[in-house]
Design a binder for this molecule. Structure first.
Ligand SMILES: [Zn+2]
Length: 184
């Protein structure tokens, strides 16, 4: 069994007829939509896919995919790497009519061809495992120069705040005196 690079496109019908299995790697660069979410596209996606015959002449693909992706942490704005992986369960059907006949909880891909791009079988699932807001794990953001500046910053802000409140407080003090005079 090969664990090296696999072809970008495979004959899914032939694989299904022989209960075939593909196992190996695809470059991350093959994944256009996933790639747009990443800082770096170096690396590989490891995958293992089993093919079998399903209903209405469809091909059933089951397996898993895993890779390591580089994103920008939304806390510290530094790049970080995270491993992602997902299970794959998808049916390849020839047309829309057959797609509609699949059970609702089944993911389907429509292609009239016997050849399918391996990327199309797994890219959606990989994207779904991406975090909505990419972040380091709690407490793992690296210390930065920005943080050191931040220690000095509150003192400066505090001085400004006091001055501001003194100037804005005076009119109210005067108003309170006026109300006091009216009450007496
Ligand atoms: Zn971070």
């Amino acid at each position: 069994m090969s664990t090296g690079p696999i072809p970008e496109r495979v004959d899914h019908r032939k694989l299904a007829n022989h209960a075939g299995l593909i196992e190996g790697t695809l470059p991350l660069q093959c994944f256009q939509r996933l790639g747009e979410m990443l800082v770096a596209r170096e690396g590989e996606v490891f995958l293992r896919l089993e093919f079998s015959k399903g209903e209405f002449g469809s091909t059933v693909v089951n397996g898993s995919a895993a890779t390591e992706v580089c994103m920008i942490c939304q806390n510290c704005m530094q790049p970080f790497w995270r491993k992602i992986s997902c299970d794959i369960a998808v049916h390849v059907v020839a047309d829309e009519a057959k797609l509609e006949r699949l059970a609702e909880d089944v993911d389907g891909i429509v292609t009239p061809d016997k050849v399918v791009a391996v990327v199309d079988l797994i890219e959606d699932e990989l994207i779904l495992t991406m975090p909505m807001i990419p972040r380091h794990e709690e407490g793992e953001c690296p210390k930065t120069e920005y943080e050191q500046v931040g220690i000095v910053l509150p003192e400066v802000l505090e001085v400004e705040e006091v001055q501001e409140s003194q100037t804005t407080y005076r009119p109210f003090a005067g108003l309170a005196e006026t109300i006091d005079k009216q009450n007496t």
